[in-house]
Design a binder for this molecule. Structure first.
Ligand code: BDR
Ligand code: CA
Length: 304
């Protein structure tokens, strides 16, 4: 089993990604860390605990950054609802999975204690990961790679050019891309094509408990506008771990714009090497949407 840490801000698409990862036989989720993003830190942490209790999975949870490194916080409650996971009435979770240490310290400890290098899977803003790499640079030795959901080679979804996770904390994202670690960027180029339509959602309803829960969350995702397809951004990062063949990947140089007058928070993906810099990331530039859909439904069938 491949050991991973998921850094997340649940989030409806985070919830689906967590379901798939936690029920996968190939992944060993050693730690879940939370970060303010889709909604505030307290809410996303409760959501992570709600999900773990719902799945009956015992993975430690550590609270991370309450705000970005420099920017003022933003959120995406317009997409995920004011709770961050509107649509399903979860039981109030117990807090026994919550660690007393900060996410950054918990990651450091879990990574250094691992018998083999760990893969980090950030599916929220990159604040915790940037802090980890700056506070404990030695941790890089035992990180296999960072497979992150964020960025875009073209347009944005939080602004004209910026994707939400990068836009929410661009300074953190820049630190991560400049870390020298192997990075896989699973961004909007694939997320916008990883779609779930009403007929798919109907299938989830009768699949199992998890499917039923996700079906209900989907009724509220993006205000319930499902006709044009709901985007399973965060599941794409998990899909890359489990079935990379569905992606087209290019090795290239990526940087983050911090001070553009119109483009702050956008990823500069230098596909034609104008900047002459060596590549620092594998960028997923395309996905086979049918393969994704099939993988997605099969993966959710493995849940309870
Ligand atoms: C990212 O933004 C969040 O709203 C989603 O959970 C996903 O991680 C997509 O841009
Ligand atoms: Ca997310």
């Amino acid at each position: 089993k491949r050991p991973i840490i998921i850094d997340t801000d649940p989030g409806i698409d985070d919830a689906v990604a967590l379901a798939i990862a936690l029920y996968s036989e190939e992944l060993d989720v050693r730690l879940i860390t939370t970060v303010a993003g889709n909604v505030g830190l307290d809410k996303v942490t409760i959501n992570a605990l709600r999900l773990l209790q719902f799945f009956n999975k015992r993975v430690p949870v550590a609270l991370g950054a309450e705000r970005p490194l420099i920017k003022e916080p933003i959120d995406a409650s317009d997409i995920h609802g004011s709770t961050g996971m509107d649509g399903y009435d979860f039981e109030e979770p117990t807090e026994d999975l919550v660690l007393k240490e900060h996410a950054v310290n918990a990651m450091y400890r879990v990574i250094m204690a691992s018998e083999k290098p760990i893969t980090i899977v950030p599916i929220g803003p990159l604040t915790n990961i940037a802090l980890l790499l700056k506070l404990y640079p030695g941790v890089k030795e035992n990180i296999a790679e960072i497979v992150l959901m964020g960025g875009s080679t073209t347009r944005g979804n939080a602004g004209v050019m910026a994707e939400f996770n990068i836009f929410a904390d661009p300074e953190a994202a820049k630190i991560v891309f400049q870390s020298g670690l192997p990075i896989v960027m699973v961004g909007l180029d694939v997320g916008l094509k990883a779609l779930v339509y009403p007929e798919d959602s109907e299938q989830l309803k009768d699949m199992n408990q998890t499917g039923k829960m996700i079906y209900q969350l989907f009724q509220k995702y993006r205000g319930g506008s499902m006709k044009t397809g709901l985007k399973m951004y965060d599941s794409c990062a998990i899909a890359y771990l489990l079935q990379p063949e569905m992606f087209q990947v290019v090795d290239t140089f990526v940087d983050v714009e911090l001070s553009g007058s119109l483009t702050t928070g956008c990823t500069i993906v230098d596909l034609k090497n104008y900047l002459g810099k060596p590549s620092n990331a594998k960028v997923c530039v395309d996905i086979d949407p049918q393969m994704f859909k099939q993988w997605f439904m099969e993966s959710l069938k493995k849940c309870n």
